[in-house]
Design a protein around this ligand. Structure first.
Ligand code: MN
Length: 230
């Protein structure tokens, strides 16, 4: 099964942009619910044998929308928790240079990010991503839709545009949520690691592997050893 990843900060660490109450429901109910549904669908297939990225890739053709939607929501939320940090470290280095080149500076990126997310119709996700030419782009996607394997963009950061992400704290004011998120929560050190990976230095983030795939591999290894011993 795919386990719910623990939050990398305390429940109240993201306040006031995201309150502890929102975070508890979002992580403990919404994300956990997508993972529960995903695990049930994979159990019906005989259990998870692939990384979540592979599940998303094979389900992306819409023949099995329920599997894609739950897999992508599980993946997107796991990336979302890591896309936030209460540490308030500003972007620098190659990431700062890429922002300056693609958006006419940090203020330009902020304006593009807030405008794209505020104008997005309905539920979805807001991404800061890098294209194959190395340019940074801001892109919203609908509902569960992710970037990996689609649109030829590699994600640096993701922000949740579903109402459950902000309604308890900001009601219908998604724009204020996005401004607060960008100003206080965006995890620029993580985005810098993702950008370096997209440029061939190091590994991009991947979803944690299913826990009982490892157990299954251990059982298979033990069985093969018994067979060799016999
Ligand atoms: Mn969500």
């Amino acid at each position: 099964m795919f386990a719910l990843p623990p939050l990398p900060y305390a429940d109240d660490a993201l306040s006031p942009a995201i309150s502890a109450r929102t975070l508890q429901f979002h992580h403990g109910k919404h994300h956990a619910g997508y993972l529960k549904a995903l695990n049930a669908l994979l159990d019906a297939e005989g259990g998870p044998t692939e990384p979540l990225e592979a599940v998303m890739a094979r389900a992306a053709g819409d023949e099995n929308a329920k599997l894609y939607n739950n897999a992508a929501q599980a993946w997107n939320h796991s990336l979302f928790w890591i896309s936030m940090s209460p540490d308030g470290v500003a972007p620098g280095g190659e990431l700062g240079e890429a922002i300056a080149a693609s958006f006419a500076g940090f203020d330009g990126l902020r304006a593009a990010f807030v405008a794209e997310g505020a104008a997005h119709f309905g539920s979805g996700w807001l991404w800061l991503a890098v294209n194959p030419a190395g340019g940074l782009v801001v892109q919203a996607t609908h509902d569960a839709r992710g970037l990996p394997g689609r649109l030829n963009l590699a994600p640096l950061l993701i922000c949740d545009l579903w109402e459950h992400a902000y309604y308890l704290d900001h009601q219908n004011d998604r724009k204020t949520f996005l401004e607060s998120w960008f100003d206080t929560l965006a995890n620029w050190p993580f985005a810098a690691v993702q950008l370096a990976a997209a440029r061939g230095e190091g590994m991009a983030w991947r979803h944690p592997a299913p826990t009982d795939r490892d157990a299954g591999a251990a059982r298979a290894l033990a069985k093969s050893k018994r067979q060799v011993a016999a």
